[in-house]
Design a protein around this ligand. Sequence first.
Ligand code: HAM
Length: 445
Amino acid sequence: MSSNRTFVRLRGFRDFAPADFALRRHLFSTWRRVALAHGFHEYDGPPLEPLSLYVEKSGEEIVGQLYRFRDKGGREVALRPEMTPSLARILAGRSRGMPKPIRWFSIPQLFRYERSQRGRLREHFQLNVDIVGEAGVAADAEALAVAIEAVRGLGLDESDFVARVNDRRLVTAVLEGLGLSGELHAPCLAVIDKAGRAGEERTREALGALGIGGEAAGSLLELVADGSLAQLRRRFGNDARVMAALEPLMEHRRILDEMGLAPYLTFDFTIVRGLAYYTGIVFELFDRAGELRAICGGGRYDRLLERVGGEALPAVGFGMGDVVLGEILRDRELAPPGDPVCDYFMIWVRPPQRRAALSAARRLRAAGRSVSYALRPLAVGKQLRLAARSGASRAVIIGPEEAASASATVRDLATGRQESFTIDALVAGAQGAGGSEPRSRPKTG
Ligand code: HAM
């Protein structure tokens, strides 16, 4: 029985038709190239993990967004919403004996049940780059440098994006300077994290709900409205602990300056990161126009590995999503051309030449070229029309004479110019050794 039901894609999920896939491949290959160039090794883990990994390690916001269910064996499981807990779990089982620091990267697909909107979906891919086993600030600088280079590699520069940097230890020093007790620090960080989206009134209310009012609330609201270093110094310049807590950030900046990346940096007190596990310098990358959500977020998380039962190893890293970057590249017309390109389209004039054509196709493919052809017997004219529509650069035509002399007529489909080659010369040219080299593919991945 047939049904007329149509099926729609789930909200917040994407199909990747070839043009979309070209952009995805471009992002992934750039990310991979940059991560490998910085000495990172690629890894992956399973997309489904025990629910408890996130309940205990990620923090409330992400737990509220989990795709979670009970599997047929009665286990509570979740689709991974982020990679960091998996990385900690994987390393907990194998980091002992590994040379440190560990430089690992991954490009997982992640799932979060969020309200979908521009730049925010229910699945996305994320470049994750992490350095494990180094507590010094040079590791923080290196991680941020990889993030900046990964975006620069896509053709964007300091006029397009900025890295906003802060340090959770500095925020803690500020909260202490305001006389707020330790148990208020985590909820206060959550209020600061949401302040940009919430606006002043709701932030004041949220602080009030924590029992924070008067001068402390006033100072925090000032810092949230203007998170600059100048503002911080104006208000806390005389607080020795706050000023001392600035030192790692200053060294971080010096190192990134030596790398030539200072133009990408700005201090921002409102960047504290929503995830529970961060302990030190934190950062987010944003488009300068400020139209979109963060391109990337990360920071130092020195206690997570220990908390999943591993070695007590300091760690720092980031996650960079494909959705916001994809929007920016499309807006700036930096997305690669999506048309699939084929090098050769084989044409045989009559069925007896099929053998010669298929054999030549096989040799050209083995030489690294892409070859297509009609999958049913067609007149030569129709095959040529198919060739033109296929996007191929050249048609390779084999008739009775060519088949008898192991040669082919090669037509440039852009200019219509034709030349004869032996199949051997054509294959040698395809390998880059001779003069019958076809136009090369645009570099999209
Ligand atoms: P995150 O800030 O939750 O951090 O995500 C990092 C980036 O992933 C965001 O800046 C954004 O570009 C992208 N992203 C997140 N959620 C979505 C979504 N629903 N739709 C589209 N893009 C999204 C983490 O996940 C940390 N685990 C990163 C990390 C690695 N920290 C240390 N190592």
